[in-house]
Design a protein around this ligand. Structure first.
Ligand SMILES: NC(=O)c1ccc[n+]([C@@H]2O[C@H](COP(=O)([O-])OP(=O)(O)OC[C@H]3O[C@@H](n4cnc5c(N)ncnc54)[C@H](OP(=O)(O)O)[C@@H]3O)[C@@H](O)[C@H]2O)c1
Length: 246
């Protein structure tokens, strides 16, 4: 597969890019820091057994003008694109977001407004070439509103609604949309937070997502146990949601 990844310099995106390169996929990276991207490309070339070139283009989720040129560069390098994967996103605690409106505006813009704009550019390119997969990382925090992740969760809930709509409208035209909903995964994003039971590892997520790219489904939970956790949470009465702090 020819796979474009935004977010491969860290965390789950990095684990996915490594797994793809090791498995023989051709990978093209998007990201915001040229030096980090160069290092990541060099790492992936070694992991591919020097069999695949790995190139990158600059794409910053805070700069919407960078989206179309970056995706066009990926298309030029790869020819056909099988999948565009967006793992990039930002997190901040509910307390920090409630007390810092600039931080809140930035997170909402990056995780929702600009991710949707990037997906629109990706959608157009994939449809123009006859189809392909758009795989975007939401979160279980976007499922049911919970006190510790109200604002971050709202950004991911909006994104999930948008991705659902894309699937409805463009499935028949060959667009395959996957909304990945990770539970708590141990990455830089969650460093410093107390891991709950069932916390996952990025490598496990990478395996689940690479398998999903081959057999796309509109929604995947990873690690899978989070599907059970979230379906239990979805049926809790409102009175319980008001009392608990999970
Ligand atoms: N970790 C979890 O428990 C968890 C749970 C549910 C959902 N998620 C979601 O899963 C996704 C991946 O999370 P992760 O834990 O792997 O995160 P991570 O380790 O913090 O990595 C985040 C990635 O996003 C990139 N990024 C951030 N802001 C960007 C911007 N403005 N422009 C371009 N790239 C940007 C980072 O690039 P730089 O290297 O340039 O910083 C990095 O590659 C995120 O969307 C997150 O919201 C995470």
């Amino acid at each position: 597969m020819n796979v474009v990844i935004l977010g491969a310099t860290k965390g789950m995106g990095r684990a996915l890019a490594r797994l793809c390169a090791e498995s023989g996929d051709r990978v093209f990276l998007l990201g915001r820091d040229a030096e980090d991207l160069r290092r990541s490309c060099a790492d992936l070339i070694v992991r591919s057994g020097q069999h695949q070139p790995v190139e990158f283009a600059l794409c910053d989720l805070e700069q919407s003008a960078s989206f179309e040129p970056a995706i066009a560069q990926a298309k030029q390098a790869l020819g056909h694109i099988d999948a565009i994967v967006v793992t990039a996103g930002q997190f901040a605690t509910q307390d920090d977001l409630e007390s810092d409106s600039a931080l809140l505006e930035r997170l909402l813009r990056v995780n929702f407004v600009n991710t949707v704009l990037l997906c629109e550019a990706a959608r157009k390119l994939l449809l123009a070439q006859g189809g392909g997969t758009l795989c975007v990382f939401g979160s279980v925090a976007g499922d049911r509103a919970r006190k510790p992740v109200i604002l971050y969760g709202a950004s991911k809930a909006g994104l999930a609604a948008y991705l659902n709509g894309l699937d409805h409208k463009y499935y028949a035209s060959g667009l395959r949309v996957i909304c990945v909903r990770p539970g708590f995964v141990k990455t830089g994003m969650t460093a410093g937070l107390r891991p709950p039971p069932f916390a996952g590892e990025p490598e496990q997520v990478a395996r689940d997502v690479r398998a999903a790219l081959r057999s796309p489904r509109p929604v995947i939970y990873t690690p899978l146990v989070w599907e059970l956790v979230m379906s239990a949470i979805s049926v809790l009465p409102r009175a319980v949601m008001r009392r608990i702090n999970f």
